[in-house]
Write a protein that binds this ligand. Sequence first.
Ligand code: COA
Length: 222
Amino acid sequence: MDIRPDSPVQDPRTLSVPPASLRTERLVLRPFRADDLAPFAALNADPEVMRHFPETLSRAASDALVDRIMAHYDRHGFTFWAVEVPGTAPFVGMVGLLVTAFEAHFTPCVEVGWRLARPWWGRGYATEAARACLSFGFGTLGLAEIVALTRPDNRASRAVMERLGMARNPADDFDHPRLGPDHPMRRHVLYRLRAGDHRAGGHLSGGHLSGGHRAGGPAAGG
Ligand SMILES: CC(C)(COP(=O)(O)OP(=O)(O)OC[C@H]1O[C@@H](n2cnc3c(N)ncnc32)[C@H](O)[C@@H]1OP(=O)(O)O)[C@@H](O)C(=O)NCCC(=O)NCCS
């Protein structure tokens, strides 16, 4: 997951048309709100959550990431959603789709990504939310392929990719161009899923659009 400030940073509360929400059996994927910023910063400051990223994020860096997430929506019409467990937890992390922000042998492309706070690991939430994102990407957006990428030793993330039916070809492994030649996290694995394989796997029922959540978008949290 790598969203760079290559488009103007925008206050999420100023968006006139927030992204649609998605519902799954147990989750709501909705636009980020102002009251997500504190729990999102706590998640991004957790060294265990950020073990496979170059560094943990300060509160300012975490807030700036939310601004870039919303700017990505403004530019592309999709982005990361905040994930909510209705009746249980208003914010457990983020899952969504983004246009890969660097050049590599597999770009241009759209990737699916996830990051949950530790108490919410081990419940199937990342896979359930990502399944809805894939249905949205292949169905609503009409994408031909969605990829996912991570460090080779990020076993939990790779397991999500495999549960989603994504496939890795070792020939696709690559060195992340945003990390220097000696950076220990440079090596990455790539997983792909084509629209036809997604349909053949019967995953298209993973989630549905819910216009009813638009009214509670970024403006609601103040
Ligand atoms: C990657 C990450 C989201 C994966 O979380 P996760 O909890 O392992 O994945 P899921 O939410 O899909 O949950 C799957 C687990 O829940 C279990 N589970 C429990 N109840 C379940 C249920 N009702 N339905 C489905 N699975 C359930 C599954 O058996 C599985 O456990 P296992 O891995 O021991 O077999 C999490 O580790 C994370 O946020 N890591 C830090 C950020 C990160 O590295 N992101 C990826 C960058 S590329």
